[in-house]
Each structure stands twice: as C-alpha cells, then as structure tokens.
Design a protein around this ligand. Structure first.
Ligand SMILES: Nc1ncnc2c1ncn2[C@@H]1O[C@H](COP(=O)(O)OP(=O)(O)OP(=O)(O)O)[C@@H](O)[C@H]1O
Length: 255
C-alpha cells in the first residue's frame, strides 16, 4: 500500500516564559497508508491534538519533516499549505465551527466555492448528495440553531468532504455527542473510509477507536505503541468484543 502521510523525527517545542521550552512532540516517526483508518489515543496532555495539527500542516513543526503524498509539506510556504488543506484534506472537530450567518448548505459549499475547481452548480449538487447520504438533506436551507448536535456534526462532515479530500482528520469528532449519535457518526466515517478516504482521528473514546483498524498510543509527547486491530466489518464482527479488547489493551498501557 502507498504511504499517504509520513512523519520523520518530528519534534514540536513551544516557548514557555523567556528561556524555557516545552517539548510537546518528541521524535515522532509515523507512516499512514492510503485508505487506512487510524486513531490516536493517550492520556490528556500527551500531545495527541498537537500531533494531528502538526502532521496535517495546520501548525508548524519545530524539527523533522512531514510528507504528504510524497511531498515534503513541512517545507511548504503557508499559501501552498492552505491550498493543500483546502483541496486534499478534510477536518472535523469536537467544536463544529459552523458560520452562524450562513444556512447549512452554504456552510458546506463555502470551501468548494473558494477552491474554485468546479462550477457552483456542480458543487451544490455534490453538497445535496452528501447531505442526502447522511440523512440531513431536508436541513439544507435551515440555519445552525435549527439542527441538533448530531445533525451539525453531519453537516461538518459534509463540509469536510465537499472537496473530495484524500484524507480526513478529526479531533474528538464525537466528543460533544451522546452515545447514539456517536455510533451513527462512526457508521458514517466507516462508510467514508470504505470508499478509500484515509481517516486519522484523535479520540479518548474506545467506541470510536474500536471502529478504526490501527490505534496509536501517545504518552508524554512520544508515540509509544502502534497496534493493528484489523478492519471493522460491520456485519461480521461484534463491535462490543472489539471495544472490550481495546479497553483491555489500553488498561495494560496504563490509560
Ligand atoms: N501552544 C501551546 N503552548 C504551550 N503549551 C501547549 C501548546 N499547545 C499544547 N500545549 C501543551 O502541550 C501538551 C499536549 O497538548 P495536546 O493538546 O496536544 O494534548 P492532548 O493529548 O491532545 O490532550 P487532551 O486529550 O487533553 O486534548 C499539553 O501539556 C499542553 O498544555
């Protein structure tokens, strides 16, 4: 399988005070294959979100290199990084960050209008088809106060997919959702992954990580474990068993 994302000896430090530095990421080496579904877990403050933002070009690493589809993106200018994020990457977060003054359809299409790769008509058709797949097409003309948390996260997923990205990054995408919505969103992410989109998620939630095929474990800024748990096949395998195996492993890891 081809590598889509690679981190080589990645370090991230931030200045604290005048003469002190906090090394948040320490010598991270990581390869993600095209089509993989990977979760990053680990204790609070271990550096999971920092890793996600630094290998997705949302933040600048302090040392090392990051490659995306073979290109050294850690050497890119911000303008090229912004274009890469817009056209090849999708992002979903716990806080959904939708624009209040736009209706839900317009929130989804905005980044595609900015990318200018297709006509507005094609973009609108694609947005409506994504909304339909997620069962929320009736909400197109509504504003954000007229949708539930689970529906808004589906809108955010549509927005992340509108430019047909190669990879979807998520930082606790179900963190604000109840258990039922979490399962529904994970079904959607599973379907997206089944169409070939690579997914990398930060999560504290075993229910979320059990849907991925590989779990990375971080501790104190280091990647300390990398476990392949196999693809989740919805109809054949018991999710509860996957969750309990994963929970057991996490306990062994001291989580
Ligand atoms: N810009 C920053 N300046 C200073 N310290 C930072 C900065 N960003 C992150 N940190 C620190 O780096 C460490 C890792 O933060 P990060 O948010 O990546 O952890 P995390 O594993 O995602 O945590 P959580 O699970 O609580 O979200 C924490 O100690 C945090 O306080």
């Amino acid at each position: 399988m081809t590598t889509i994302l690679e981190a080589k000896d990645v370090n991230k430090s931030v200045a604290i005070g005048e003469n002190e530095e906090h090394n948040i990421l320490k010598d991270i080496n990581l390869q993600l294959k095209k089509g993989e579904f990977v979760s990053i877990m680990g204790p609070s403050g271990s550096g999971k979100s920092t890793l996600l933002y630094n290998i997705s070009g949302m933040d600048q690493i302090s040392a090392g290199s990051v490659y995306f589809n073979g290109k050294k993106i850690s050497a890119f200018e911000e303008r090229d990084l912004a274009s890469l994020r817009l056209t090849k990457m999708g992002f979903i977060f716990q806080n959904i960050h939708l624009l209040k003054n736009l209706n839900l359809l317009d929130n989804i299409v905005l980044s595609a209008y900015l990318a200018k790769n297709s006509s507005r008509e094609t973009i609108n058709t694609r947005a409506m088809s994504l909304m339909k797949k997620m069962g929320i097409d009736e909400l197109a003309g509504h504003n954000i106060t007229q949708a539930s948390g689970g529906q808004l996260q589906r809108i955010a997923i549509c927005r992340a997919l509108i430019n047909n990205p190669d990879i979807l990054f998520g930082d606790e995408p179900t963190g604000a959702l109840n258990s039922k919505s979490t399962y529904e969103i994970m079904d959607i992410l599973g379907d997206i992954n089944a169409t070939g989109t690579t997914i990398l998620l930060v999560t504290h939630d075993v229910k979320v990580a059990a849907r991925s095929e590989r779990v990375l474990f971080m501790m104190d800024g280091k990647l300390v474990a990398d476990r392949n748990i196999g693809k989740y096949a919805r109809e054949r395998q018991d999710l509860k068993t996957r969750e309990s195996h994963l929970a057991q492993w996490l306990t062994e890891m001291g989580f």
